[in-house]
Design a protein around this ligand. Structure first.
Ligand SMILES: Cc1cc2nc3c(=O)[nH]c(=O)nc-3n(C[C@H](O)[C@H](O)[C@H](O)COP(=O)(O)OP(=O)(O)OC[C@H]3O[C@@H](n4cnc5c(N)ncnc54)[C@H](O)[C@@H]3O)c2cc1C
Length: 486
């Protein structure tokens, strides 16, 4: 199979880059190992648009973080993705913490972050009354925001697809070979030949780099972060994202609202061997809870709806590696894009696509289709808007997910999107069906029926989340026949 540009990895970075490169006249294909886009770090993170004070001044991270955060409001508006600028507080509980806060403030100014201020105890408790009263001072970052990371990635993938980008899911790259005319990439579904190869493979990005160059130059440490997520039925304890002082392992544990009104507690920072081991552990979740008590002494996880974990792709040298691959023609990469990679993705894509277009002499297309945001979710409509939506399409009147108020029309639309849902979790992340209190206990069978109808697949071929996560292994008739022949 042949393509001009091949991107490895359909996380937020690969999808943002594919979308920006789709402005140029070139055939673009994205190869993704998983069964859906946004299955790596881009589905399981804190969803914070970081203001940019905690990346070291002069680092690649600082550059992309600050520029990315500035792009977010208009970027999300263009794509129709929920984004909210709620501001963040970094709390200090000791004189040493105060020094850290002052250092972060100065670093933020050096990085060009606007809206930074140091607050004293009384002002913090007025702003956020549930904060631990032992707090000494805090750094306020007004430009910090919230986004749904996977909804952003889906919107970018859809926009890339309507502009001609091909997505090949379930297609892990197993080897990369340099040729005179470009690159050959091996997968279990056959070989791909391309002129320009771009590595956006997250946790595998160092491995792909080392394959490309034939040198062991980069090494990724898999740093897992575990979370609790609380139901949005209870009032939010804090309006701001509440950080503690960072440690050498990362930004520390936070208590944060999500863009959909849940509360997020976490993450841990544990170095593990397996880049796919997104298990949660009793120890990890207990560590999160203990750490959160410092910020929010009354924290209570009785309203928890689920736990999850994500894996940061931490490159040993500690910074993002972005640009042309040194010593390789027609090769580009984004290696070690750990936090603040979600924040940085729009800026990485904008700058890297411009660099590639200039170096590879790509011509701009005459016409490029603008993003078409999804209609307002049914659960955010006024009663009048809901009545009008039901009159227009009766499937809006059929509630499938009671907890999150998701309609049959929305589920069918999610499956029919340009890069549509193919599994129960694919529907969940595109519509929120199954994200509520019952975690899909009521709606999953109905979602499976709709998936089966839309995809024209028997129930026995549907999965929870790709691979071998089958929902139904056999029909009753088959099972009875098998029992009789035993
Ligand atoms: C716990 C945690 C909290 C975080 N919090 C924040 C935050 O609040 N704010 C922020 O800005 N950033 C945050 N981040 C960082 C952010 O999530 C990442 O920087 C970002 O998602 C990276 O996107 P990506 O596209 O580079 O990687 P990924 O999303 O991991 O995508 C890489 C893709 O490549 C695919 N792939 C891998 N190997 C192959 C192969 N051989 N063949 C084909 N495909 C392959 C993977 O399946 C994956 O889909 C956090 C990360 C974690 C883990």
């Amino acid at each position: 199979m042949q393509t001009d540009i091949l991107i490895i990895g359909a996380g937020v970075v690969g999808c943002a880059l594919a979308r920006d490169l789709s402005r140029y006249t070139a055939g673009i294909t994205v190869l993704e190992a998983a069964a859906d886009v946004a299955e790596g770090a881009s589905k399981a993170n804190s969803g914070i648009v970081h203001a940019g004070f905690d990346a070291h001044a002069g680092s690649v991270k600082a550059h992309y973080n600050v520029r990315g955060a500035e792009m977010y409001p208009s970027y999300c508006a263009e794509l129709g993705v929920p984004y909210r600028q709620n501001g963040a507080l970094v709390l200090a509980f000791s004189p040493e913490d105060r020094s850290t806060i002052e250092a972060l403030y100065r670093q933020g100014l050096d990085n060009g972050v606007k809206g930074l201020r140091i607050l004293e105890r009384d002002e913090i408790l007025t702003l956020e009354p549930l904060t631990n009263a032992q707090v000494v001072c805090a750094l306020l970052a007004e430009t910090s925001g919230l986004v749904s990371p996977y909804e952003l990635t889906f919107a970018l993938a859809d926009h890339a697809a309507v502009n001609g980008v091909q997505f090949q899911l379930d297609t892990p790259v197993t080897a990369v070979r340099r040729e005179d005319s470009g690159w050959t990439v091996a997968t279990p579904r056959g070989e791909w030949h391309c002129r320009i190869l771009i590595n956006c493979a997250g946790a595998s990005s160092a491995w792909i780099h080392n394959q490309m160059t034939g040198r062991e130059e980069h090494h990724i440490v898999n740093r897992r972060g575990q979370y609790w997520i609380l139901d949005h039925a209870s009032p939010l304890p804090f309006r701001h994202t509440m950080f503690q002082c960072p440690t050498k392992m990362g930004k520390g544990v936070l208590v944060a609202p999500t863009v959909h009104g849940n509360v997020l507690l976490g993450p841990t920072a544990e170095d593990i061997d397996d880049p796919l081991d997104t298990a949660t552990t009793a120890q990890g979740l207990d560590d999160v809870l203990q750490a959160c008590r410092l910020t929010w002494p009354q924290v209570n996880v009785r309203t928890a709806v689920t736990n999850f974990s994500g894996i940061r792709a931490h490159e040993e040298k500690g910074d993002f590696i972005i640009g042309a691959v040194q010593g390789c023609k027609h090769a580009y990469e984004t290696v070690g894009v750990e936090s603040p990679g979600l924040t940085s993705a729009p800026a990485i894509a904008a700058e890297l696509s411009a660099l590639i277009a200039a170096a590879e002499e790509l011509a701009k297309k005459d016409s490029w289709v603008q993003a078409k945001p999804l209609p307002k979710p049914f659960n955010e409509m006024t009663p009048q808007e809901q009545a009008a939506a039901c009159a227009q399409d009766p499937l809006n009147g059929r509630l499938i997910c009671r907890c999150e108020v998701v309609t049959e029309a929305e589920i069918r639309r999610a499956i029919r999107r340009p890069v549509g849902a193919r599994s129960i979790d694919g529907v969940k992340r595109r519509t929120r069906a199954g994200m509520g209190r019952c975690q899909g206990g009521f709606c999953a069978p109905r979602v499976a029926e709709i998936l089966s109808e839309e995809l024209q697949l028997p129930m026995t071929q549907l999965t929870k989340n790709g691979g071998d996560s089958l929902l139904v292994t056999s029909t009753l008739v088959q099972a009875m026949k098998e029992a009789q022949t035993k």
